[in-house]
Design a protein around this ligand. Structure first.
Ligand code: ADP
Ligand code: 5GP
Length: 200
């Protein structure tokens, strides 16, 4: 599952809550060249890498997708996603809109969710609450103008008004998606084989 939103839309907050509440989901850690923020942990929030390391990963085919966001490089390691999928878990990627498109292109079964706060005033208020300087807020709102134009690409829209409701919506999306016939081929085949072998 890919979750995208304009900066301040609540990706990180929702992801943390979702992972605590529902053990089917696991964060697929991505890598970045941006400096670590206070409180962030290497390997938990991101793999913090140098630009040289990032380029090596990219040229070595180790990244599923990558993008430059606000002057820094970000990329999804293939390994992070595949390890979780093999364990039957749902990898959660909180990446930008361009990254969401790239992942969907490679894995069309990816479920893409776009998050929006209930209004622009709320978004600006939340960015301020995060103590973003005015210049940063301006840049993020400029980026948001481009991102909102891409919203219709996504499979689902979740409004992040009350946090627990938004998290509930994402869990509902997973429930519905898991029931899709296209994701149930193994069960159908198993039943079919039993039917073939069955004698009354
Ligand atoms: P993003 O990761 O998309 O940039 P964050 O998760 O950092 O966004 O959220 C931006 C700010 O908004 C944070 O200060 C966070 O605590 C706050 N926030 C997020 N979701 C909610 C919500 N549902 N209600 C109130 N505050 C929220
Ligand atoms: P931040 O630096 O605030 O953590 O993230 C900035 C932006 O980069 C956010 O929109 C975030 O979702 C996005 N991002 C984080 N990791 C990746 C990644 O691996 N790929 C892409 N395409 N975007 C990412």
């Amino acid at each position: 599952m890919v979750i995208s939103a304009p900066s301040g839309g609540g990706k990180t907050t929702i992801r943390e809550k979702l992972l605590k509440r529902d053990k089917r989901f696991r964060f697929s850690v991505t890598c970045t060249t941006r400096p670590m923020r206070p409180g962030e942990v290497d390997g938990k929030d991101y793999y913090f890498v140098t630009l040289k390391e990032f380029r090596r990963l990219r040229s070595g085919g180790k990244l599923l997708e990558w993008a430059s966001v606000h002057g820094n490089m970000y990329g999804t390691p293939v390994k992070s996603v595949m390890t979780l999928l093999k364990k039957g878990l749902i990898p959660v990627m909180t990446i930008d809109v361009k990254g969401a498109r790239s992942v969907k292109k490679i894995f069309p079964e990816t479920v893409t969710v776009f998050l929006l706060p209930p209004g622009l005033k709320t978004l600006v208020g939340r960015l301020r609450k995060r103590r973003e300087p005015a210049a940063n807020i301006r840049v993020r709102l400029e980026t948001a103008k481009k991102e909102i134009k891409e919203a219709s690409f996504f499979d689902y829209l979740v409004i992040n008004d009350r946090l627990s409701e938004a998290v509930g919506d994402i869990r509902d999306i997973a429930d519905i998606e898991c029931m899709k016939i296209s994701r149930k081929q193994a069960e159908i085949q198993r039943f079919g084989l039993e039917l073939l072998k069955f004698r009354l």
